[in-house]
Design a protein around this ligand. Structure first.
Ligand code: ASP
Length: 344
């Protein structure tokens, strides 16, 4: 009889181990990629159908490129870089090719990338001739002793490590130039896209406020999360202003203990609120879900007076896309779900 009990116990233990192993296998199948192309006063009435289509296509293609990396077993850190790089190459977003102009009429770009596996990170700020600032950030992460490099020296380092150079003329877009002239004339600092409809006449300053920074967060099949953010900052920004995007813990953060985050909005508030790290820290220390953490962090951001949004994916594949503005260009793709893009 005792012998029978022993056999039953062994069978039970073996089958529970099999279930556990299967669960682990399931988790390994899981991957998630979430992207954003900025938040702001984006309303349907101001976006022409043609432009809406262009934005949708660009976001979808960025998702597909990143998904290919994840689907084939690639790393989250590579997927976020690939997705952001694609968005940087589009003139539609305030990053890389579409970067806004500073007070001096030049493009000064910031970017950051972070790996949740080991908390390694790289960032560049105030670079003017890197075709893809996110590529520079990745090179700082992988090939330098430092985390955050600034200005011409940062650029020189990245170029010496193989980053692609782009002449200033590459970053010129008439739309951004007009936006800059308008901002200078009004003596104001503008957050990204003046409007998506170049012919639209603005009535209020609020209508000028759109944050076109791009970002991506991912969970790969190995259980790692990563985040990447890239921006041209604010139109008409002065005095070497740097926003939240390249700052670890402000606009970008990733840890396998909790989640990966990329933000967009008025950088000053995201820096003061350490928004990206806050979302992760609440999960780590208060042991709450990603959604709850996102909601609490958003509440605090609002209290500070900040507007914008963030995307995040946690180590279990839960994800959020939250914003307190009218809209946020955003999209998600997972191992189970085809690419979905939303704007409003
Ligand atoms: N967060 C960026 C900055 O302040 C702006 C944006 O999101 O578009 O530089």
């Amino acid at each position: 009889m005792n012998y029978l009990k022993l056999i039953i116990a062994i069978v039970l233990i073996a089958s529970s181990a099999r279930v556990q192993a299967q669960k682990k296998e399931e988790l390994k199948d899981k991957y998630v990629l979430v992207i954003h192309g900025g938040a702001g006063t984006i309303s349907k009435s101001k976006l022409t159908p043609a432009l809406e289509y262009e934005y949708t296509c660009a976001l979808e293609e960025a998702l597909h490129r990143g998904q290919y990396v994840l689907d084939t077993g690639g790393l989250a850190i590579t997927a976020v870089e690939v997705a952001v790089k694609y968005l940087e190459d589009s003139p539609l977003f305030n990053a890389g090719k579409g970067a806004v102009f500073s007070h001096e009429g030049v493009n000064e770009m910031d970017a950051c990338i972070m790996n949740g596996k080991d908390l390694t990170s790289g960032a560049v700020a105030g670079v003017r001739n890197l075709k893809n600032p996110i590529e520079g950030a990745r090179l700082v992460k992988d090939s330098s002793k430092h985390v955050f490099l600034y200005g011409d020296d940062a650029q020189e380092f990245c170029l010496s490590k193989g980053a692609s150079y782009a002449d200033s003329s590459y970053f010129f877009t008439e739309f951004r130039w007009n936006q800059y002239l308008k901002a200078r004339e009004k003596g104001t600092i503008i957050l990204d896209h003046d409007t998506t409809d170049v012919n639209y006449q603005y009535k209020t300053l609020e209508e000028l406020e759109k944050f076109g920074t791009v970002g991506a967060v991912a969970l790969d099949r190995h259980g790692n999360v990563a985040a990447a953010t890239s921006t041209g900052g604010l139109t008409n920004k002065e005095f070497g202003r740097i926003g939240d995007s390249p700052i670890v813990g402000a606009g970008t953060y990733a840890s396998n203990r909790s989640c990966a985050v990329s933000c967009t909005g008025k950088g000053e508030f995201f820096i003061r609120g350490t928004v990206a790290r806050d979302i992760a820290a609440r999960m780590e220390f208060a042991d709450i879900s990603l959604t709850e953490s996102g909601e609490r962090t958003m509440k605090r951001l609002k209290k500070l007076g900040g507007s914008g949004g963030f995307i995040s994916v946690d180590k279990d594949g839960n994800y959020i896309m939250m914003f307190n503005t009218k809209g946020m260009y955003r999209g998600v793709v997972t191992n189970e779900k085809n690419a979905v893009v939303k704007i409003y």
